[in-house]
Design a protein around this ligand. Structure first.
Ligand SMILES: [Zn+2]
Ligand SMILES: [Zn+2]
Length: 106
């Protein structure tokens, strides 16, 4: 038995929810809210990953770029779209020899 935290009346089960005459509703499928916030957290953390440019560039197409660190002439690159859509995607290179990463400025 559950009671309304707003007015203290007994809550009545209805459509998978507990409802009170005062308009208070309690969702019985608890865990949903948790799932949603968890998903938001995951999306947030992937944004953080994008911000940490160059830290961990996955393997992409190999191009002839000279590594500023070791002089190796092969690197993989990846396009990273920044937050604002009107900006061109940033190219991130990763040396296939020493794993140094750097951004390309056009
Ligand atoms: Zn109530
Ligand atoms: Zn290198």
């Amino acid at each position: 038995m559950e009671f309304c935290p707003d007015c203290g009346a007994m809550l009545l089960p209805k459509n998978g929810k507990l409802e009170c005459g005062c308009g208070y509703k309690k969702d019985l499928s608890s865990g949903n809210e948790y799932e949603v916030s968890r998903k938001e957290q995951l999306e947030k953390s992937s944004d953080e990953t994008v911000k940490m440019l160059g830290e961990d560039v996955e393997v992409g197409p190999t191009v002839n770029e000279t590594c500023p660190e070791c002089g190796h002439d092969k690197a993989t690159y990846k396009l990273i779209q920044t937050r604002s859509a009107d900006e061109a995607p940033t190219r991130i290179f990763k040396c296939s020899k020493c794993k140094h990463t750097w951004r390309a400025y056009d």
